[in-house]
Ligand binder design. Sequence first.
Ligand SMILES: COc1nc(N)nc2c1ncn2[C@H]1C[C@H](O)[C@@H](COP(=O)(O)OP(=O)(O)OP(=O)(O)O)O1
Length: 180
Amino acid sequence: MPPPGLPDDLQEFKAGGSGEWFPAAEIRYYTNVFLVQDDKLLLGYKKRGLGIHKYNGFGGKVEPKESTMDAALRELQEEAGITAPLIHAGTLLFVVPGEKWAHIDIFRAEEYTGTITESDEMRPEWFDTNNIPFDNMWEEDRYWLPLLLSKQHFSGRADFEREGEKYSPKKWWIGIDSTT
Ligand SMILES: COc1nc(N)nc2c1ncn2[C@H]1C[C@H](O)[C@@H](COP(=O)(O)OP(=O)(O)OP(=O)(O)O)O1
């Protein structure tokens, strides 16, 4: 059974952790874009802000009056210097008690135009898809990134405990959209 905040018609893929889901809170919207070409995945090493020193896709906050797609394209241009046709790959909710829920629309791209360029925020780097640096990424990425790579549309939720800048996963649930 999917946790609160996710659609009902999902097939469980991975779940773990323990305890109760944290209560509902206001939502803040983010985007995240992953470029996949053949057996290579483009990630960015985050140089500042949330997730500093971790590898992640390229993305950030959706600005007021901006569509999610427009926000994803803007962040990809700002952070990696490229533009790309984006495919919606999935949606994730990240929950930390006392903070707004992070609703992240995740996109996949398979081609791009422009020159991949380091920015103030991200240092782009290609990885083999069989050698993704999960130990230096957000912990729950290892559960859903295989679905992005296999083109299965997903939704998930992960609740974290926070101590200072350390986020520890408490409970997570990832499902595959039954229509894919
Ligand atoms: C907690 O789990 C998370 N996992 C993953 N994989 N990605 C996450 C998680 N929490 C946040 N993110 C993503 C969402 C965004 O792509 C970035 C954070 O965006 P940021 O705060 O840097 O937003 P910007 O608008 O770029 O920030 P500035 O205001 O500094 O430009 O991380």
